[in-house]
Design a protein around this ligand. Structure first.
Ligand SMILES: *Cc1c(COP(=O)(O)O)cnc(C)c1O
Length: 359
């Protein structure tokens, strides 16, 4: 059974939300890029233009997560991610505007300089309480281990008379004080928004949505939204960190929790979750030549700035899927720009090296 956009938005509206983003974010056709890639019809939805602190998918999620913090009377938020995290910066920015103090646990490799650049600069300007933690080089931090560190910090903050709210990386998994998949719920609404835009623009629905996937909440929300309102539309997550097997299970888990939280009864199946892990390059956060060249290509053809950690890798995936005949020429493929552009600047030397210096 299919749900209407109105049905879905009514259900999402049962969850409290604060108003911190520009909505709807722009959606337009990328004629020049489509021509350049000789590919299907490509569209972009600009969630890099949500408006909170340089924009990005995390601010959509934070509308619901901040509202939950306010309901639970939290005065401190504690979260974690990697050093140049968009999530942590966006959380700090949103929290500050509501009088909530941010504590950020930023994991970095021993040889990674913690200079005040990119998102770290913004964290410093926000006067976030930043704690640097060391991770093994090239290793992904385990969520369970990070949550233990958050719990310990939470106990201290509580002993000082505050009410902390612990939230997992990316606001995706149901963990800590976030007892509903609020990040994913925001992207069910995000899918309704894009569907409304494509239908009202006189166009037809997208056949595919392609986006960068990291902690899974964005993809889980899109999967639920598509299954509910436009079951022919496939969501393609391009992983920037995890191998597809265990990661797909995580997306499935979040999608099922989202289906349940909204009371939709969709019965999300493993087949509803498509993840490609072929475009990780050398791993999370590693900027290579393909990343630099893809940022240049999209900037030159469309005037749109991609980020080197997430959206450039998703675009590398999209280009390759076009090249290898994954799409039909008549397919409508929507690329979701999830933001992250502050990460361009701490990667300036790499990008410069690939694009400017002659090899
Ligand atoms: C966090 C992030 C993603 C991934 O979203 P998840 O919901 O964590 O999977 C993609 N792009 C950017 C720019 C991000 O910051």
């Amino acid at each position: 059974m299919a749900y209407t956009i109105r049905d879905i938005l009514d259900r999402v509206d049962r969850f409290p939300r604060v108003d911190i983003i520009h909505r709807p974010t722009p959606l337009r056709k990328l004629e020049r890029l489509s021509a350049r890639l000789g590919g299907p019809e490509i569209y972009v939805k600009r969630d890099d233009l949500t408006g909170l602190a340089f924009g990005g998918n995390k601010s959509r999620k934070l509308e619901f997560i901040i509202a939950d913090m306010l309901e639970k009377k939290a005065d401190v938020v504690i979260t974690w991610a990697s050093l140049q995290s968009n999530w942590c910066m966006q959380t700090a920015a949103a929290a500050r505007t509501f009088g909530i103090k941010p504590i950020l646990m930023l994991f970095k490799a021993a040889d990674q300089p913690a200079t005040a650049d990119g998102n770290v600069l913004l964290d410093v300007i926000l006067d976030a309480d930043i704690r640097f933690l060391e991770k093994e080089k090239g290793r992904i931090v385990k969520a369970a281990q990070a949550m233990d560190i958050l719990e310990e910090a939470g106990r201290k903050v509580r002993a000082e008379g505050h009410r902390p709210y612990l939230v997992p990386v990316g606001g995706s998994l149901v963990r800590g004080d976030m007892d509903k998949p609020l990040g994913a719920i925001s992207y069910v609404a995000g899918f309704a928004e894009l569907l409304d835009q494509t239908r009202n623009g006189g166009g037809t629905e997208p056949d595919f949505v392609v986006h960068s996937t990291g902690s899974g909440g964005t993809q889980a929300g899109l999967v639920v939204g598509a299954k509910a309102m436009a079951p022919a539309c496939r969501i393609i997550g391009i992983s920037v960190s995890d191998p597809k097997g265990p990661f797909s299970d995580e997306v499935l888990e979040i999608a099922r929790e989202t289906d349940e939280a909204l009371g939709l009864g969709l019965g999300i199946l493993p087949d509803d979750v498509t993840v490609f892990d072929e475009y990780l390059g050398q791993g999370y956060g590693i900027v290579d030549r393909a990343v630099a060249e893809t940022i240049r290509l999209v900037f030159q053809t469309e005037g749109i700035v991609l980020d080197p950690i997430y959206t450039a890798k998703a675009m590398i995936g999209l280009q390759d899927l076009i090249k290898t005949g994954f799409f039909k020429p008549t397919d409508k493929v929507l690329f979701l720009h999830t933001g992250g552009t502050p990460a361009l600047f701490p990667n300036r030397d790499k990008i410069f090296g690939f694009l400017v210096k002659k090899a």
